[in-house]
Ligand binder design. Structure first.
Ligand SMILES: Nc1ncnc2c1ncn2[C@@H]1O[C@H](COP(=O)(O)OP(=O)(O)OP(=O)(O)O)[C@@H](O)[C@H]1O
Length: 231
């Protein structure tokens, strides 16, 4: 689904991503892991075109994403929920959702109805301001907004950050459901090991901007955790 080859990225003179090779299998739920500051968000931003890569390839379904403008990538089938969710706090839930529809040709009502079926809570809160929602509800709103364009792949940057444990469990259920029932491929940056072991099918670890380990989630060893993930 995504094939990254030899990707390098710099912030000014600081070399942040080093020769990254990474494959995301279609239909997988891949967790991108690593301690703080290791380059996970930077890698996602390169995939979405929000920052430029210096060299390398990012293939999505055999097309080179680096040749596509950032605003075209959502329309190509990649939904992205950034770290911190980026909900418009002064806009209502409905207005936030409509912001996700700008590139959609289909009638907005149909797309919105699909999201309300997945997230009934959003339908009950259409007139509430985004900023008044709980962290878990904001995360559902952000995921709902990304799903409006019916992506084939969903990228989530730390979806459980600042969210109560019972809602974290619900987000895990949602990811499993979207993957298993709708075939959505999911790439998640996540640090919480129990969540990763429950939700992921595959993992990949970044350490100091390099891809140091990866594979099926059953292959994630205590040794790897100790070496690359424990703070
Ligand atoms: N806009 C920026 N300008 C300069 N350096 C940056 C910028 N954004 C991130 N960095 C640096 O790049 C490195 C990788 O950061 P990145 O946010 O990708 O890490 P991360 O693994 O996502 O960490 P976290 O878990 O804290 O979000 C860090 O050293 C960070 O300080």
């Amino acid at each position: 689904m995504i094939a990254i080859k030899n990707l390098n990225q710099f912030y000014g003179g600081s070399h942040t991503l080093w020769d990254i090779d990474m494959t995301i299998r279609p239909g997988s739920r891949t967790c991108l892991m690593g301690r703080n500051g290791m380059g996970k968000t930077t890698l996602l931003k390169c995939v979405m075109g929000l920052i430029p890569a210096a060299s390398g390839e990012i293939g999505f379904e055999n097309r080179d994403l680096r040749k596509s403008a950032a605003e075209a990538r959502a329309g190509m089938g990649i939904g992205y929920v950034p770290q911190g969710r980026e909900i418009f706090s002064q806009l209502t839930v409905e207005e936030n959702l409509r912001m996700g529809l700008f590139a959609k040709r289909e009638r907005p009502a149909d797309a919105l109805e699909r999201v309300y079926t997945t997230f009934p809570v959003l339908k009950q809160m259409l007139r509430r301001r985004g900023g008044d929602l709980s962290g878990g509800q904001q995360q559902q709103l952000a995921i709902g907004r990304a799903l409006l364009l019916q992506p084939r792949m969903l990228i989530l940057d730390e979806p459980c950050e600042g969210i109560q444990p019972n809602i974290v469990h619900e987000i895990g259920d949602l990811i499993l459901r979207l993957n298993q029932e709708q075939g959505l491929t999911v790439l998640i940056v996540e640090q919480k090991l129990p969540f990763v072991r429950r939700v992921a099918s595959d993992f990949c670890i970044l350490d100091k901007g390099r891809n140091v380990a990866g594979g099926a989630i059953g292959e994630l060893t205590d040794e790897m955790v100790k070496h690359h993930l424990t703070v």
